[in-house]
Design a binder for this molecule. Sequence first.
Ligand code: XIL
Length: 387
Amino acid sequence: MLSRREFIAKGTGTAVTVAAAASTGLLAGCANSAASHPPTVSSFHDLAGPRSLRAHARRHGLVYGSAVVIPVVQRNADFASLLSEQCGILVPSNELKMVALRPSRDAFNFGPPDFLYDFTQRNQMLMRGHTLCWHESVPGWIRKIDNKDDIKQIFMDHITTVCKHYAGKLHSWDVVNEAIDQNSKLPGGLRKSFWYDNLGPEYIDLAFHTARAADPDVKLTYNDYGVEGDNDGDAEKRRLILEMVKGMKSRGVPIDAVGIQSHLNAGMKYGQGVGDYIEAFRQLGLEVYLTELDVNDDKTASSDLAERDAIIAKTYTGFLQAALPNPAVKIVITWDLSDRFTWLNGIGSHRKEQPNRSQRPLPFDTDFKPKDCFYSLRDSFDRRKRA
Ligand code: XIL
C-alpha cells in the first residue's frame, strides 16, 4: 500500500482492463458485463497502456486527466473504462460545488463525490476538488440569510467540513474559483458576488486559511478563466490575478497553485501572454494547473468535420506549446473526455452562431473514437522536456 505522498509522487498508474474494473465492482449496476467487451475500450484503436494520454503525460512529468459528470461514470461502463485507461486524475464537474453538495444548511450530499473518489482509488488515479467557493454556486437557502456573521460561519463551516471529509485524499482543491472580474469595477479587480458582498474582500484569504487548517497537505489552488489569450482584456486579468496572488503570498496566505481554466477558442493564437503568466507563478514558487481545457469552435464557419477537427487540434497544439515547456505546469485536465458529455452542448450561449451544430471540443468523439486533438495532446506531452 503506497502512502498518499508516494502515490501522488507516482502520479499515475497503468490502465485497467474492463475485466479488472468489473472484478473490483466498478461496473456494478451497469447493463453490459465484462465478458461482452474487448479488454480495453480503446485497445481497438491502439491507444491504451503506454500509448494512452495518461502514460505519455506521466513520462513528461505531467498528470493528464478529465472532468466528469458522475452519473455518466456510474452508468456507462465503456466510458468508465476509457477514463481509467486515459486519465491519471479526475475532477467532478459539478458535484463538489456548494449548490450540489448542500441541498440545505444541515445536509451534505457526499454520496456522488465519494463514489468518484472510490473509483479513482480502484484505478490508481488522483482526484481533485472543484470548488469550495464560486460566485455561481451559492445555494438559495443561504441567499435568504441576512445576517453577515451567520453567513461567515456557514462559509467557514462548509470549507472545514468538506476539506476534513477528504483530508489526506485529494491532490488539490480549487479553493476559490473566478474571483476576479474587471467589469465589477471593484478594488483589485475583485468580482462583485454574494461572498464579496457579505464577507468583504477578505473572503479569499479566509477561504485558503480555513482550507489549510482542515487539510494540511492538499494543494490549495486559485482557479480562473479569461487569462489565456494575447489580448488586452486577458492581459489585464492576468495582471490582476498575479497582483492578488502576490498579495496573498506576502500576507502568508497558504496558496500552492494557480489554475488556468483554458477554455480556448478555435483558431485563436496563444503564446507569450500565458507563457509569461506561468513563469511569474513559477518564480513565486507556485505550481500551475491547466484545469478545464477544451476548444469552443462555435465561430468556425466551416461545417466540414475534418476541417473543424483540424482547427481545434491546431488550437490545442498552439496553446500547449506556450504552456507546457514551463516545469511549473504539473496537471493538464480537459473539461470531460468525450464530446458526448461536453458542457459546451448544454449551455445555449455556447452555440449562438451555430445553434444546430454540436460542439466537438474534446479528445474523443461521441463514439469514444480519438480525434485530431487527442494526438495534439499526446504529441504536446511528448515535446515537453522529460522531467
Ligand atoms: C460547468 C459544468 O461543466 C456545467 O455542467 C454546469 O452547468 C456549469 O458549470 N468554469 C468552471 C466550471 O469553473 O465549474 C464550469 O463547469 C465551467 C466553467
